[in-house]
Design a protein around this ligand. Structure first.
Ligand code: CP
Ligand code: NVA
Length: 307
């Protein structure tokens, strides 16, 4: 994986994804290790962030490296300066770029022009770093990934897309329930389906939340309006009524089911306060694992001995 971009979770093979998870677990156990001394990561963000920004920064420090954050106003990706120039300039200063962009095309364009690896820190297309942390969390709570059923309730967005592909790759059963017009795109479903055929997993798209949740080991949701969709919030609240993860929906899942959310969450919309604060919720383990999962990926992409 050394020197490679991570733009989509499907850029990794099943073996590579397993290796990131193993490395993440080892680094979580060992604590800080000087694997990336002298290396600098730049965070180029077009949108706000708490988890991604802080976990990448702390992660680089814990690995003996450095991190620099460049704010949306400073970057001016494609406005103050062409993306191609930003990529080539940054490549002269840093060893890796983690970019949070609106368009998937922007992060891909950065990767095309940069001489250093580019990591997608969330785009409209995908959120691969979130999927890494999600799998790590499921592995810790369920002891395995293969055969675990995950019900994703809500928008077929960036988080759903990466999770669906990752689940397909790792032999999980991914069931998504979305209202009409907000389903996962066919390309992702078909790619994830191919991956699932190879791993013994499955991808199922349904309309009703209760159909997806029935007997699930993991119930997952994300916001109804993502960053950049603020103007659609009212319309989306109407479309997603009936897709809230609440105690009634959780009661349909397996008795030991866990509740997951990538955060930030809107209590009273996609999840009830009772569920996110309840005993089945693992959302803060999940947020913590952003740090460990990204350290695993960084060690393999930037480390001298990663092969
Ligand atoms: N889950 C996640 O990516 O959070 P931030 O937007 O705060 O980084
Ligand atoms: N789907 C959300 C995820 C935030 C971490 C968004 O893109 O805003």
């Amino acid at each position: 994986m050394r020197g490679r971009d991570l733009l989509s979770i499907a850029d990794l093979s099943q073996e590579e994804l397993s290796r990131v998870l193993e490395t993440a677990r080892a680094l979580k156990d060992s604590g800080p290790r000087d694997l990336l001394a002298g290396k600098t990561l730049a965070l180029l963000f077009e949108k706000p962030s708490l988890r991604t920004r802080v976990s990448f920064d702390v992660g680089m420090r814990q690995l003996g490296g450095d991190c620099i954050y460049v704010s949306p106003a400073e970057v001016g990706l494609g406005t103050r300066e062409p993306v191609e120039d930003v990529a080539r300039v940054m490549s002269r200063y840093v060893d890796c770029i983690a970019a949070r962009t609106f368009a998937q095309e922007t992060v891909e364009q950065l990767a095309r022009w940069a001489d250093v690896p580019v990591i997608n820190a969330l785009s409209e297309g995908e959120h691969p770093c979130q999927a890494l942390a999600d799998l790590l969390t499921i592995l810790e709570h369920k002891g395995r990934l293969e055969g675990v059923s995950l019900a994703y309730i809500g928008d077929g967005n960036n988080v759903a897309r990466s999770l669906c592909l990752a689940a397909g790759m790792m032999g999980m059963e991914f069931r998504i329930a979305a209202p009409e017009g907000y389903e996962l795109d066919e390309k992702t479903v078909s790619r994830a389906g191919e991956l699932a055929r190879g791993s013994g997993g499955g991808i199922v798209c349904v309309r009703e939340a209760k159909e997806a949740a029935a007997g699930a080991d993991v119930v997952y949701t994300d916001v109804w309006a993502s960053m950049g969709q603020e103007e659609e919030a009212t319309q989306r609240r109407e479309a997603f009524a009936g897709y809230q993860v609440n105690a009634k929906l959780m009661s349909l899942a397996a008795p030991e089911a866990i509740f997951m959310h990538d955060l930030p969450a809107h209590r009273g919309e996609e999840v009830s306060a009772e569920v996110i604060e309840g005993a089945q919720s693992v959302v803060f383990d999940q947020a913590e694992n952003r740090l460990h999962a990204q350290k695993g990926a960084l060690a393999l992409i930037l480390g001298e001995e990663s092969g």
